[in-house]
Design a protein around this ligand. Structure first.
Ligand SMILES: N[C@@H](CCC[C@H](N)C(=O)O)C(=O)O
Length: 273
């Protein structure tokens, strides 16, 4: 399935046992030449607190707390495949239980709105050693450059750089250096944002554990928050990514909402062991 081109392999753990070695399975499945090809692996599991639980693994096998594009696909999956019948769902993640609303037509969910919760802005909770609570427009020396960056966690950590022009040099040259910079003890996702107007941004991303992806939902939400904090955007923004658009809102109640598509591409079997 994919959300805005951010593609993962999903395993229905309501019916199947999770793979014994999840890290090795995520790496093998994600390989775009010798596997299925994906940005990572997502397990759709039963939950004691919610309608389902999402566990998310990057293409390098590392587990992340949250995945914004993934959670929309999990919601679509449990609805379309009859695991849940209601259009308002609760899904457990590493960042708590989140609320989602499906947009359904012909008994298939096409778009999903997620309450992504409150952004985490305390530097020690993001976590980053960069100064400032919140760390907005703070200096970071990386890849031979002096950047001004803003850090936000949506349950997972993001480092946002506002730039004039998006380019491969930023994504491939600077992205991996930010991901592995010592200022981020858990590594970090790196977003590059071009502000088109106060209500519209262009984004490219270098994801922790997966490299460049066509979209990152948590990254888009973190970038909206960073844009507001930096005085560059309003609280409602349309975010253009390589794989599609996401509608974002940071409400006056301090919750971030994201709306976007969720698409099932195919299903199949994978030999384990
Ligand atoms: N693409 C995802 C985020 C996936 C996890 C991320 N790479 C991390 O390690 O935190 C999204 O849509 O949010």
């Amino acid at each position: 399935m994919h959300g805005a081109g951010n593609d993962y392999v999903y395993v229905n753990c309501f019916d199947e046992q999770p793979p014994a070695d999840i890290t090795a399975t995520a790496i093998a499945m994600s390989d775009r030449h010798k596997g299925i090809g994906a940005d990572g692996l997502i397990l759709i599991c039963p939950s004691e607190q919610a309608d389902a639980r999402m566990r998310m693994f990057n293409a390098d096998g590392s587990e992340s707390e949250m995945c914004g594009n993934g959670i929309r696909c999990v919601a679509k999956y449990v609805y379309d495949h009859g695991i849940c019948s209601q259009e308002n769902l609760k899904i457990e993640t590493g960042n708590g239980v989140l609320d989602l609303q499906l947009e359904v037509s012909g008994s298939i969910a096409h778009r999903v709105r997620v309450n992504m919760g409150r952004p985490i802005l305390k530097s020690s909770d993001i976590p980053t050693s960069l100064a400032g609570d919140p760390p907005v427009n703070v200096p970071l020396h990386v890849a031979g450059r002096d950047l001004m960056v803003t850090c936000v966690s949506m349950g997972n950590p993001h480092c946002i750089t506002f730039i004039d022009e998006l380019s491969d040099e930023w994504v491939y040259g600077v992205g991996p250096e930010i991901e592995n910079h010592p200022a981020f003890p858990n590594r970090v996702n790196a977003e590059f944002i071009q502000v088109v107007s106060p209500t519209e941004i262009n984004m490219r991303v270098w994801e922790r554990g997966s490299g460049e992806t066509q979209a990152c939902g948590t990254g888009a939400c973190a970038s909206l928050v960073a844009g507001v904090l930096a005085g560059l955007t309003e609280r409602r923004v349309l975010c253009h990514l390589l794989g599609g658009d996401l509608e974002l809102e940071w409400s006056e109640t301090d919750e971030v909402f994201m709306t976007g598509e969720a698409v099932e591409v195919f299903h199949g079997k994978w030999p384990v062991g």
